[in-house]
Design a protein around this ligand. Structure first.
Ligand code: FAD
Length: 491
């Protein structure tokens, strides 16, 4: 086996990994990043759209795995979208250099300050709202759609109808910022540049327009000359050595998923940023393989960020419905968070199926009143999730209340076309928690029971943040890495 020694190693190239890489590289540190997915930019392979799924559509699957309408067969390839199936919940994650930023909807939402304070009582919220959130907006290139464009563009009929109906039902709507470049989108619309958001590209990657991490944090980190990213490198397990260094067993694969080399990486400092489920799997699997120490808090306070999908059929069928052509980038939301009986936020989501299916899709984000827990089954080598219908009961009540109120005011029925009984309790895009900041780790993400291992990803957030999470994940990573560097952890 090839043995590689490196001082600082990062596992995963999503938000937490990208932030850590940039700040360490800027501080003059040499960093190696291991990512199991493909470096799409380097490969030159284009991303595919929703209507013609190709290589990028799914992680080593024979059929597409989008939340709806999986009619397409595939040749297994290391695609961008993966789905982890548990008994009561399916969790979608991004794979590739850029992690979830390659497949997500780009919604860049800052949490409500009151909720942030409730979720993180020990953090200095003032500093987050004055420093880290503005910094993250700048680095991620967050922008907002022009209101006149939104009004005129036929691809946003679904948002206009969604907002109009919400107002009629007495709900408050908000504009949602995004990392997709809306100037680019306006040019797409005028046919001055190749189309991406207006060409059903999103959950299998965007060829243009979207400022994913490979265009922002990772690009800047690479420009320092201090970062090396090794794609198609999957870490299997980690061993803690007697001298407190780490040894990683890594498999390099080709794009069909076949192993091409087994490698050993030795490092002094290790940053785990494999995403909530990836990080938990690595910690718990390593524990089963090599007595790797795991703190008793690991796996606790896991949540789906209150994700609950639902939809309505026959939305204004007489007046043109939600539109045959839809942009893939959501820009509208309904904010019902201040209602004490039914607090939720919902995205007015696109459903770009190439025809008007007269259906409105909503991804609700609720509070998580009952947290789940993640453990590991050594026999099957799989994560086990303590998560069932009791965890989503309150979310279902909110969805029911929301749909009924919308239908009373506007007509329509709960969408049985999209989900079994109109409720997608099992759809999760936002797994969070399991290595909670200040519980499983110290106040800056250093894992308890370890001297040189840091967790920097969504697993630090205790299962809920009330809005789409990547702005918060990025801000927490900025806060942690700044303080870890200041405390000379990487000296
Ligand atoms: P990730 O971004 O998940 O990155 C982890 C990386 O680690 C991945 O690239 C993975 O391949 C790699 N990895 C894992 N295990 C290993 C291993 N063993 N070896 C090597 N590499 C490994 N959030 C929003 O805020 N707004 C949105 O609009 C939004 N839309 C979404 C839409 C979809 C379809 C999905 C799936 C998610 C969406 N999200 C959205 C959620 C958001 O993308 C995630 O919360 C975010 O990406 C998590 O960041 P992270 O740093 O924790 O890890």
């Amino acid at each position: 086996k090839k043995v590689i020694d490196t001082p600082i190693l990062i596992i995963g190239s999503g938000y937490g990994g990208a932030v850590s890489a940039l700040r360490l590289c800027e501080a003059g540190k040499k960093v190696v990043m291991l990512e199991m997915g493909l470096n799409w930019e380097k490969s030159g392979i284009p991303f595919s759209n929703l209507l013609k799924p190709g290589k990028s559509a799914a992680w080593l699957k024979k059929k597409t795995i989008a939340p709806f309408m999986n009619l397409f067969s595939l040749t297994p390839f290391t695609g961008t979208l993966d789905r982890l199936d548990f008994e009561h919940i399916n969790i979608w994650v991004g794979r590739g250099v850029g992690g979830g930023s390659l497949v997500n909807g780009g919604m860049a939402v800052t949490p409500k300050e009151s909720y942030f304070r409730e979720v993180f009582p020990d953090l200095d919220a003032r500093k987050f709202y004055s420093t880290y959130f503005p910094l993250v907006h700048k680095e991620l290139k967050v922008n907002v759609i022009d209101e006149q464009f939104l009004k005129d563009c036929p691809y946003y009929q679904f948002t206009r109808v969604g907002e109009e109906e919400a107002h009629k039902a007495g709900f408050k709507t908000i504009r949602v910022p995004n990392v997709y470049d809306f100037q680019y989108m306006e040019k797409e619309y005028r046919n001055e540049v190749p189309r991406s958001a207006l060409n059903t590209e999103v959950i299998y990657g965007n060829n243009h327009g979207k400022n994913s991490l490979d265009k922002t944090y990772l690009k800047k980190a690479l420009e320092t000359g201090n970062l090396e990213i090794l794609d198609l490198h999957r870490v299997d397990h980690i061993k803690l050595n007697d001298d407190k260094t780490y040894t990683l067993n890594v498999q390099q694969t080709d794009t069909s998923g076949a192993a091409v080399a087994d490698k050993i990486f030795n490092c002094q400092k290790l940053i785990l940023a494999a995403g909530t489920m990836g990080t938990l799997k690595l910690l718990l699997h390593s524990h089963a393989m090599s007595q790797f120490p795991v703190h008793e808090e690991i796996g606790k306070s896991w949540g789906n960020n209150g994700n609950f999908m639902t939809g309505r059929n026959w939305v204004k069928p007489m007046s043109g419905g939600t539109g045959a052509k839809q942009s893939t980038i959501p820009v509208g939301g309904i904010d019902n968070w201040d209602d004490p009986e039914h607090p939720f936020f919902t995205e007015i989501a696109p459903l770009p199926m190439g025809m008007d299916v007269a259906t409105a899709l909503y991804l609700l984000i609720n509070r998580v009143d009952k947290k789940g827990e993640v453990s590991y089954d050594a026999g099957s080598r799989k994560l086990v999730l303590d998560w069932n219908e009791s965890h989503t009961a309150g979310m279902r009540k909110n969805a029911d209340y929301f749909i009924k109120k919308m239908n009373r005011a506007n007509g329509g029925t709960r969408s049985h076309f999209l989900f079994n009984n109109g409720f997608g309790a099992d759809v999760c895009y936002h797994p969070l928690g399991g290595c909670v900041l200040g519980k499983a780790t110290n106040e800056y993400g250093k894992l308890k029971g370890h001297d040189h291992l840091y967790i920097l990803d969504g697993s630090l957030i205790p299962g809920t943040i009330g809005v789409n999470p990547f702005v918060t994940i990025t801000a927490i990573a900025e806060y942690c890495i700044e303080n870890l560097i200041r405390e000379n952890e990487f000296a």
